[in-house]
Write a protein that binds this ligand. Structure first.
Ligand code: FCB
Length: 449
């Protein structure tokens, strides 16, 4: 038995997302997504990269699934491209879109791999963005219809379902500060988008049950742990605001049926227009879920300040030994702390739906990719997952981001997170050392020191 043994019910997987790997952006009747639009605007994505071809998973999925099987991947997370199914976002269904996901999922099942299906990983149909996107409350129904179609098409084949992925990127990223599609900059809009997103999530959960879809459903959040850089009351309060901004703002409504009152008040005091929230909304949002998907990459270190309005704090670069190619600090203890914080606040069943690192990969002359830094990252983080599990966090499984290098949003193809290397000129796939390492972890259901 391995020293760090994760127990017989634990599952091991890898993750990916439609836009980041599929390509075939305008094939077989697919409509345009906000990311298609965004990356075709010069200057939005590094090197002018687009998702037009990406890893060409749309055509090469049999090869990719064969690699997953070779590595012993038990669960593979994928997302459904909404505009492949509904080219206009609503109304007319594109049968070829459904067919594609049926084929992918059947191929996974034939190879003994459980599909984990996420309904929304950021590629909103552009036609819906033209109607206001997540700012239009009608999106609750549009997302509901899309979810129902997907549930009906794939029911009985999928054990794990995710509704929306990383609300904070969708709202704060897309509607406020980050360089994420659709690229709007207005904090009040971000909170309105967030509220509609939570309602859409709740509606999908209701429909999941109405349709007797089977399996389990949850949503996926990214929860960095936040630390104050000093123990002054101002810095401690700033860290608390940052944490609530990511965690409680989305999870309190789901698990407690209300928004966090203190952060709500803070926003009011800082002139933010808050969404109108009814009892009915909160009831919809707090529809019970079966698990919480948790992504973790790095920690936040903050002090009070005025750089980040309206949270009134500043991010501080910590004194850690490693930063990844994204510039993200490597702070494994933050993983343990965030899992335990979520446990203390909500105690849900959790699935680690993403964890991984971008490092500059060198392809040796013999074709081997000796990505020791990535192995080290995964090893150090898995130890923290193990520790949290030992300390009572209900963690059902772990998934590496990502099975393969892919389109890393505004960074294009310049950042590599994969266990499998993609040569973007030839689209050749090569398993990295980290892929072989992870394969052994799966085989042993854990690892030694
Ligand atoms: C997460 C996203 C995923 C990928 C990783 C690095 O926030 O869900 O698509 O970009 O970051």
């Amino acid at each position: 038995m391995a020293k760090y043994d994760f127990g017989k019910d634990f599952f091991w997987g890898t993750s990916a997302a439609s836009f980041q790997i599929e390509g075939a952006w305008n094939e077989d009747g697919k409509g345009e997504s906000i990311w298609d639009r965004f990356c075709h605007i010069p200057g939005k994505v590094d090197n002018g990269d687009t998702g037009d071809v990406a890893c060409d998973h749309y055509h090469r999925y049999p090869e990719d699934i064969a690699i997953m099987k070779q590595l012993g991947i038990q669960v593979q997370r994928l997302s459904i491209s909404w505009p492949r199914i509904y080219p206009d976002g609503k109304g007319r269904i594109n049968p070829k879109g459904i067919e594609f996901y049926e084929k992918v999922i059947d191929t996974m099942l034939e190879n003994g791999i459980e599909p984990f299906v996420v309904l929304y990983h950021w590629d909103l149909p552009q036609k819906l963005q033209d109607l206001g996107g997540w700012l239009n409350p009608e999106i609750v129904n549009w997302f509901g219809d899309f979810s129902r179609t997907v549930f009906q098409a794939l029911k009985g084949k999928v054990k794990y379902w995710g509704t929306v992925l990383e609300p904070h990127v969708i709202c704060y990223g897309g509607y406020d500060s980050y360089d994420t599609a659709p690229g709007i900059k207005d904090f009040s809009s971000a909170l309105l988008a967030g509220h509609n997103l939570l309602k859409a999530h709740g509606r999908a959960v209701q429909i999941f049950r109405e349709e007797n879809t089977g399996g389990e459903i949850g949503l996926i959040t990214c929860l960095p742990m936040t630390y104050p850089v000093t123990d002054s009351p101002e810095d401690v309060a700033a860290a608390e605001r940052n944490d609530k901004h990511y965690r409680a703002w989305f999870l309190d409504p789901i698990f407690k049926g209300k928004y966090p009152a203190d952060l709500w008040k803070w926003y009011e005091e800082h002139g933010i227009v808050l969404p109108e929230v009814t009892e009915e909304d909160l009831k919809l949002i707090s529809e019970p879920i079966d698990f919480l998907g948790t992504n973790y990459y790095s920690a936040d270190f903050v002090k009070a300040g005025d750089k980040s309005w309206p949270l009134m704090l500043e991010q501080v670069k910590p004194d850690v030994d490693v930063f990844t190619d994204m510039g993200w600090n490597v702070y494994p203890k933050g993983f343990y702390d965030t899992l335990m914080r979520t446990k203390e606040e909500y105690d849900p069943k959790m699935v680690i739906t993403e964890n991984g690192a971008a490092f500059y990969d060198v392809v040796n002359r013999d074709g081997r990719i000796a990505d020791d830094s990535r192995i080290e990252y995964l090893y150090r983080h898995l130890k923290e997952v193990y520790r949290a599990k030992q300390d009572g966090a209900k963690i059902a499984g772990y998934m590496v981001w990502s099975i393969m290098d892919n389109f890393e949003w505004s960074h294009g193809y310049s950042k590599r997170f994969g266990l499998v290397h993609i040569d973007y000129k030839t689209l050749k796939r090569t398993i990295k050392d980290s892929g072989y390492w992870y394969s052994n972890v799966i085989k042993n259901n854990g690892f030694e020191d």
